[in-house]
Design a protein. Structure first.
Ligand code: WTA
Length: 654
């Protein structure tokens, strides 16, 4: 994030107290902050979930490992589906699904969901999936995606969902790491009127992941895809003779600390980390925060989290939190601008959406398209808006409130991470006076702080590193198969304190202002991508000798990726080479990691010990005055790069 953006954020003085009407009906009242931490999580754990056997110990903290709700037995699918049906809520809609082709819609009730999940869980059993079998899921936003996840949890099989935009290499890397025995995918996914060949990518990935021996394929587009005998099974054929009677496939009783899923995320090396989430703590955290922060009234609200289920936001706030709370949600397959830029607002109007949760990058895209698209539709049902994924600039915050929220709805700016499993810093909509750009306060039962370099806590007005000083139920239980990296990444800077990897400031009222990542992780459209991951994808290309990657500020995507590349044999760059390299990165990682710019340069700026000076490259990328170059081996390199970058820019603009 640029210094300028940070300054404007801190200069923002407007405040928005909750209205009396909202406050009076809110799930969370001010005294929620007075409940002692242990009492809070004990109560939420007992009341929010249904247990097969109650837990006997709230938590055990052996830094840096926490366990929660010890001794308890439960099942996630039971909590998300079966118990609602048993309580008479079978006819209630769980998902209003809308396909990208607008004529395709489906209302899926909790009873439908139970039947679909049971039938598919029985189908998975035929492939040998049982408690403990790791399953990979690579799908678009179709109802069968939550069905597949819930079927896994019903059987006690841990899953990893891989975002449909990731490449074959990314998919096989994750399947190999988790040793997934089964992959669930679909023929193709819809995107902006054309199709994404998921099965084709899956085939390539399975070639590189011999552990994955079975593949289930949902028919979505209906176009022909190759099916390999003995390995690939059509979803509908596999489940054709399976029972949908819940008795035929009871929910497996799981220990509180049994593995629920892995979610891979970028760290500061080329290898993504498999973040470990376990059963009880995760579900308590996701459902509790969903209840209070989104003020969910399951009988009347229509809730829409417009994220993709392939990311943690979709796991916690499309699937597990809302279903555990018995919510009625919208699930939308496509993009916001297909076929027209008012698609989202059409959906809000059609289903009477009351709560909308999205990312600043989407809000800024809508801002750019103009408010006229929203104005064409009746958005008066909206009563609460949410934001997640990156710091929201006050301008976008105000636009969101005025043009989408009718200058009426509270906005909750929610800070959290894949690692935290649940929102940790956020306003409570009936309690907190919000400020555009501030995520305000730690959630009840969460102890966040800001530390300086030496580990002293900074007070109001200070800035530094965001930390968490106490465990919380849905915190990560580690990095899959890599304890050393877990300790090094989160626990080595300060003893027994979790380092989030974000910079933050606390203002004089004690409100938190998130300032972006402090490590080599970029945030592009709310997606985490490591600089080193992109660098290794670039040097993987046969013509590339060296690459350095950093980000620059971007008006829509927040950050954009800039790569500096030295070609082998001092070859010169060309427009064709640039496109080739961008596509190579897309092939290695996924289209989300494509650099926005590539600057070809004969040399990269390095210290005398040979380390690439990324800080200087960031300055060049952001047109900033160059930082200190005294430790550079050859200071002329940077000015040469700056010159080339400027030339490229003027070509782009010209
Ligand atoms: C950033 C997404 C400022 C932050 C849930 C964090 C935010 C990373 C916010 C996690 C916010 C997320 N304000 N920054 N409201 N929400 N971030 O793992 O840098 O995909 O560390 O989880 O996104 O991204 P992740």
């Amino acid at each position: 994030m640029s210094d300028h953006a940070i300054e404007t954020m801190l200069a923002e003085e407007r405040t928005y107290p909750p209205s009396e009407e909202f406050a009076a009906q809110a799930n969370a009242k001010a005294d929620i902050y007075d409940v002692p931490f242990e009492q809070f999580w004990e109560r939420e754990g007992r009341e929010r979930l249904t247990w097969f056997e109650p837990f006997t110990e709230l938590y055990r903290w052996e830094p840096p490992y926490a366990q929660w709700y010890l001794g308890g037995k439960l099942n996630v699918c039971f909590n998300c589906v079966d118990r609602h049906v048993e309580a008479g809520g079978g006819d209630k809609v769980a998902f209003h699904w809308e396909g990208e082709p607008a004529e395709e819609t489906r209302a899926i009730t909790y009873a439908d969901l139970q039947r679909d999940v049971v039938r598919f869980a029985n189908a998975l059993k035929k492939l040998g999936v049982k408690k403990g079998t790791p399953v990979a899921i690579y799908m678009g936003m179709v109802p069968e995606l939550p069905v597949a996840m819930l079927a896994c949890t019903r059987l006690g099989a841990p899953h990893t969902v891989i975002f449909g935009g990731f490449s074959a290499d990314s998919l096989s890397g994750r399947m190999n790491d988790m040793r997934c025995e089964v992959l669930i995918t679909q023929d193709e996914a819809w995107r902006r009127g054309s199709t994404v060949p998921l099965k084709k990518v899956a085939d390539e990935a399975m070639d590189a992941a011999p552990v994955t021996k079975q593949c289930v394929v949902l028919r979505r587009s209906g176009n022909d895809v190759p099916m390999q005998d003995g390995r690939d099974h059509w979803w509908h054929e596999l489940e054709a003779d399976c029972s949908d009677d819940p008795e035929s496939c009871p929910c497996e009783p799981m220990d509180s600390e049994d593995l629920l899923f892995l979610m891979y995320t970028s760290g500061t090396t080329a290898k993504p980390k498999g973040i470990v989430h376990t059963t009880a703590g995760y579900l308590v955290g996701a459902s509790t925060t969903h209840h209070y922060i989104f003020d969910l009234k399951p009988e009347t609200d229509v809730y829409w989290c417009a994220a993709d289920i392939g990311w943690i936001t979709g796991h916690s706030y499309i699937v597990y939190g809302p279903l555990a709370n018995g919510a009625t949600s919208v699930l939308y397959e496509g993009t916001p601008d297909f076929p027209d830029k008012d698609r989202w607002w059409q959906i809000v109007e059609r289903y009477g959406v009351t709560i909308l949760y999205t990312a600043p990058t989407a809000i800024r895209a809508h801002m750019k398209w103009g408010p006229e698209h929203a104005q064409k539709h009746d958005l008066s049902t909206l009563r609460l808006l949410g934001s997640v994924g990156e710091p929201i600039n006050p301008e976008a915050w105000i636009w969101y409130r005025e043009h989408i929220g009718g200058d009426r709805t509270p906005i909750v700016d929610t800070w959290w991470q894949t690692e935290t499993g649940m929102i940790l810093i956020s306003p409570l909509p009936g309690v907190t006076t919000t400020k555009p750009g501030s995520a305000t306060r730690p959630f009840p039962g969460v102890d966040a702080g800001v530390f300086d370099e030496q580990g002293n806590e900074v007070g109001p007005g200070g800035g530094g590193y965001l930390v968490l000083k106490r465990p919380w139920p849905s915190m990560l239980r580690g990095i899959f198969g890599d304890d050393a990296r877990y300790k090094e990444t989160y626990w080595s800077k300060y003893p027994d304190v979790y380092l989030a990897g974000d910079g933050a400031r606390i203002d004089r009222d004690g409100d938190f202002w998130l300032l972006g990542r402090i490590d080599d992780v970029m945030n592009v459209s709310g997606h985490r991508i490591s600089t080193i991951e992109v660098e290794s994808a670039l040097v993987d290309h046969h013509d590339v000798a060296e690459a350095a990657v950093c980000s620059r500020a971007d008006a829509i995507t927040g950050e954009a990726i800039v790569a500096y590349v030295t070609l082998k044999g001092s070859a010169d760059g060309s427009v064709e080479k640039l496109e080739e390299l961008r596509n190579h990165v897309a092939q290695k990682i996924g289209a989300i990691a494509k650099p926005a710019n590539i600057v070809f340069t004969p040399e990269l700026p390095k210290t005398r010990s040979g380390k690439i000076m990324r800080r200087l490259l960031r300055d060049v990328a952001n047109d900033r005055q160059l930082g200190d170059t005294t430790t550079l081996a050859d200071p002329t390199v940077v000015s040469e790069i700056a010159k080339r970058a400027a030339e490229e820019k003027s070509q782009e603009e010209g």
